[in-house]
Write a protein that binds this ligand. Structure first.
Ligand SMILES: [Mg+2]
Length: 233
């Protein structure tokens, strides 16, 4: 093994719990959304966010338009008409609060520094560049992953599991797929996609999800990032 590629969200940091905390706090404090039951409103918003994600994923609209729309539509279901300007203001604040809530995780950094002694390291992430770049900085990962070793779907115009995005990393590092390990929490993007082009993969399954039926098998399924060490060679 020569190269280890990582997913970012929910792999190198806990995206979901950060999102839950930040969003609930935003809704509890915002002059409009504070009027609603926090848990109920958050659940409705999360559902809307998932429902509308295809708009951004398929590039039907920008990430800013997607963020506004999920908020405006959730509020419309709660009998409030929010303007685009109000939604812009809310989402600007969301991005700031999200970034401010991120901090380096010493366990993750320690592991990565150890791996860096033996392997080339990269990140391939699906997501908007305005957040992914900020996250990498706030999480203290910038030293370990300089910008040219980070592939962000929205920047390169290709998203996992499209094989071309993994190929960008292989070409950059000049490494064969069989000498590469992909590590991540999303089965399709981080396991099935990499296996398809001949990489090895470790599935980070923190929440005990059932592995989808597949003829391809990851090298390992782990519940914590550091558990991947015994599988390296
Ligand atoms: Mg992920």
């Amino acid at each position: 093994m020569k190269l280890i590629l990582f997913d970012l969200d929910d792999t190198l940091f806990d995206f979901s719990s950060t999102w839950n905390v930040v969003m609930k706090k935003m809704f509890a404090e915002h002059e409009v959304t504070k009027e609603y039951d926090n848990e109920v409103f958050f659940t409705a918003f999360q559902k809307k966010s998932d429902e509308l994600y295809y708009l951004y994923e398929q590039r039907i609209c920008t990430v800013e338009a997607y963020r506004n729309r999920r908020l405006i539509e959730t509020l419309a279901d709660h009998q409030y008409t929010m303007s685009e300007d109000e939604a812009d203001a809310f989402n600007l604040q969301y991005i700031q609060q999200y970034a401010n809530s991120l901090a380096p995780d010493s366990h993750v950094l320690e592991l990565l520094m150890k791996l860096k002694e033996r392997y080339k390291l990269g990140i391939i992430t699906n997501g908007p560049h305005d957040m992914q770049e900020g996250k990498i900085m706030r999480l203290g990962l910038k030293e370990l992953f300089p910008p040219e070793q980070v592939w962000i779907s929205n920047v390169v115009g290709i998203a996992k599991p499209d094989p071309r995005i993994y190929q960008l990393a292989l070409d950059y590092f000049n490494v064969l797929p069989e000498d590469t390990l992909f590590v991540g929490d999303n089965w399709e993007a981080d396991v099935a996609g990499p296996l398809q082009i001949g990489m090895k993969a470790v599935w980070l399954n923190k929440y005990g999800k059932t592995a989808p039926a597949s003829d391809k098998k990851p090298l390992a399924i782990v519940s914590q990032l550091h558990e991947l060490i015994p599988y390296l060679n």
